[in-house]
Ligand binder design. Structure first.
Ligand SMILES: *Cc1c(COP(=O)(O)O)cnc(C)c1O
Length: 404
């Protein structure tokens, strides 16, 4: 089909072959009347913990719940500081504020788009002094104690966790992985000399099962993974109004549970996740090969220590907005993840003024463009995407020749 519309994401492609299995989950919930908690939730928690190589998994209502609960359960206190990046979905920073803490942004690596450990070091060593009692960093200007770091495994690729962990251990900080885009992503830890999964790389990790993620529910869902029994126990309380048993509340919590239908759906889909991620990687490699040698386009960089789950395939182009319009005219959908960094958005400005200088984050945000990528994307569709990009390049070259 020459001018077939190519969407950014196609969920039907993955659900159609599973139609019967997924419908059975719903029928089973209707039959048993178990909608909240119960055996489906517990089974999914066991299976997802095993998938991630973590001791515990606690299912919650969303990725945002997972981030908020992981922070609180890790012991982050009111008015403490949590360091993250600005090129992420707002949930990362919202969760920090909702846990009562203050978000702090550091710049990213220009090639991987994830937290630059050198910028984290610079922040801890030049902007902070030491608490004489605990040795932990205190931000000089605000007097706020730094409690934790949230590296975001963006686009399906983990941050450089060895480098980040070396710093957080030195400074006594917790590490909460934002693994909401990284189900099944792998990181090679040099100090442990082995590949490890996202979700097993920090104090705790937060996952989202929003429908469009690599592992998506048919509604809202999320999970916290951790090796720490105490954190798992606290997240269990937090998701269920602080209950230790029915109507006995040890703390005030939230309504943040994973429902049984979503857990059942996630169990069905988890079995397919490795194959889907493999398909995503194959599609990504195909794009990268087809775009090789292009001067205008920068393709995603995968360091030797990363095996990306390719949640997204973002290219970079200096003339991004024009390329996006051109692709739209060829019926190829694209996305921008994310167009406005958080430190430039209303909730993080101070009297309209920017509080952080993050030149790399801002530069990258102007150039990134996500191409269609999902399990089931066909080779001929990819070829059409690439042809459309090539046409744009030649149009640009023609214009340059004409103006010369
Ligand atoms: C999707 C996402 C979240 C939030 O997950 P929800 O399930 O929508 O609450 C948080 N962080 C990142 C990086 C995400 O992509």
């Amino acid at each position: 089909m020459k001018n077939e519309h190519i969407p950014l994401v196609d969920l039907n492609a993955q659900h159609e072959p599973l139609h019967e299995e997924l419908t059975t989950v719903f029928q089973e919930a209707l039959r048993t009347g178990r909608f909240i908690g119960g055996p489906a939730v517990e089974a999914f928690e066991r299976e997802f913990a095993e998938f991630c190589g973590a001791r515990y998994c606690v299912g919650v209502g969303s990725g945002t719940d997972a981030l908020r609960f992981a922070l609180i359960a890790s012991g982050v206190k009111q008015e403490e500081t949590v360091i993250t990046v600005s090129n992420t979905f707002i949930a990362t920073a919202e969760a920090i504020r909702q846990a009562g803490a203050l978000p702090e942004f550091v710049d990213i690596d220009e090639r991987t788009y994830t937290m630059d450990a050198e910028k984290l070091r610079e922040y801890l060593e030049t902007r902070c002094s030491r608490d004489p009692k605990t040795g932990r960093p205190i931000h000089r200007q605000t007097g706020s104690r730094v409690a934790a770091v949230i590296p975001v495994h963006l686009n399906g690729q983990t941050a450089d966790m060895d480098a980040i962990r070396a710093l957080t251990e030195q400074h006594g900080l917790k590490v909460i992985e934002d693994a909401c885009q990284a189900h099944g992503a792998l990181y090679f830890s040099s100090r442990e000399n082995r590949w490890k999964k996202a979700g097993s790389l920090g104090t705790a990790a937060a996952f989202s099962f929003y429908p469009g993620k690599n592992l998506g529910a048919c509604g809202e869902a999320g999970a916290v993974t951790t090796d720490d029994e105490r954190i798992a126990r606290t997240v269990r309380m937090l998701r269920d109004h602080g209950q230790i048993e029915k109507y006995h509340h040890r703390i005030e919590g939230y309504n943040g549970r994973l429902d049984a239908i979503q857990a059942g759906i996630l169990r069905v889909k988890l079995r397919h996740l490795p194959a889907w991620n493999e398909q995503r990687r194959r599609c990504a490699m195909r794009y990268t090969n087809l775009l090789a040698g292009s001067e205008e386009i920068i393709t995603p960089f995968e360091p030797a220590w990363a095996l990306s789950a390719y949640h997204l395939y973002p290219i970079r182009c200096a003339d991004r907005d024009a390329l996006r319009l051109h692709l739209a005219s060829r019926r190829v959908d694209t996305g921008i993840h994310y167009p406005v960094p958080l430190h430039m958005q209303e909730p993080y400005l101070c009297g309209g003024r920017k509080m952080w200088q993050l030149p790399r984050t801002e530069h990258v945000a102007r150039e990134i463009l996500s191409l269609p990528l999902y399990p089931g994307l066909r080779a001929d569709q990819q070829t059409r995407v690439i042809r459309a990009i090539r046409d744009f390049r030649s149009a640009g070259a023609t214009a340059a020749l004409q103006s010369a």
